[in-house]
Design a protein around this ligand. Sequence first.
Ligand SMILES: [Zn+2]
Length: 495
Amino acid sequence: MALYKEQSLKLYNSISREKEIFKPINEGHIGMYVCGPTVYSNVHLGNCRTFISFDLIFRYFKHLGYKIRYVRNITDAGHLENDADSGEDRIAKKARLEQIEPMEVVQRYTVDFHNTLQKFNNLPPSIEPTATGHIVEQIETIKTIIDKGFAYEVNGSVYFDVLKFNKDHDYGKLSGRSIEDMIANTRELAAQSDKKNPQDFALWKKAEPQHIMRWPSPWSDGFPGWHLECTVMSTKYLGEQFDIHGGGMDLKFPHHECEIAQGEASTGKNPVNYWMHANMLTLNGQKMAKSTGNNILPNEIFSGENDNLSKGFSPSVARFFMLQANYRSILDFSNTALLASEKGFNRLMDAYRNSSLLPVSESSTFSVKEWKQRCYDAMNDDFNSPILIATLFEAVKFIVGVKEGNEKITAEDKELLHTTMHDFIFDVLGLLDTTVANQDNSEKLSGTVELLIKLRAEARNNKDFATSDQIRDQLLALGIQLKDGKEGTVFTLED
Ligand SMILES: [Zn+2]
């Protein structure tokens, strides 16, 4: 039986502002869309936190036995500088400054994004579609929205008519804003725009003559508005209505609000059942900003080459640090906090390794079964990773107790403890054992195998082939393969 049938999961739905019991549209299947990066610069640490949060969510659903399709887009066109409907395309601007093709910008920073997330041990999404790969679908959706009466064309650009939509829909329901407040707070002058109202947003923008990234459309040679791609690609790969839509907290308004409006306007249906938003990362108590120097890049954490750090930290320690906070809380990054996380991470990994080596007794002094359910309870409560980690540390304490002879464990409980720790540490939290002890072990292993290779060479020199074959075959049985070549013998480890 799939695990999800035994566990009742609640998640915080941003639109109802409550924790709700999660029930997917199709039993056993989940469709999840998360807004991906705009690839015009190296990925920020704050963005990494968002994607690590959704990786945790993705991993837990997979662990529970759901079939989940996780779609995360790459914005490679149409994201204008000021997040509104004017200004330059972020990617085109970077291309112009560096005098390269926009697609070179896209390629460079997409590769950086993938490499960085891989270091953090994030799983790749199931589908990673690009905005430029879905221009045809975006034009079709604009036509539909115009046909339904919720968009209008002016001078080759197409805008979504927010006030008209709001007459029988609720624009602002996700972010909790009222249209009256939006109107009262707007400072945009009507004369500066083709829009009927300042709240309207672009579905299609006519390209200025110097604009390189452009596509033909019924309205003009131009490019799609940024909010549109997510509506189009989520609909294409997950359907008109799907389970979960996620992203960073800063995308709630206007981006996600616009997505709801586009979806409801084009299909007449509410596109998303559960909205999830990951909170931001600060550095030394302040917002990260390149301009003030209060900033840190992922690679600088690994190398330690940043004035805010005393040393480098492994990606798994940085990931562990991030998972020690709930994804909905603001998390403050600091050298002190990372040093503390590293200590905790090493203790956890030590305890995990020791959990398979414990002496067993006739009875246990700790209910492993109840503890295991508490691990699930933590994750079932809106993916509460800090509570999960605290629960794992109950086991750490117990393991130390058994080692020191103060606690007892049965053989059966030992097995359950070890496998449960493995499941939660590696599969759910997505950590890798990069501790010094593990590196020491790999050094010890290679030293030992080198010694055996030497003894085998001596045996062969002495024509003692029985011994040399025995060394080779027994190593192979352990998953260590020897290969003889001109440069001598090398070995490889099978997984
Ligand atoms: Zn999006």
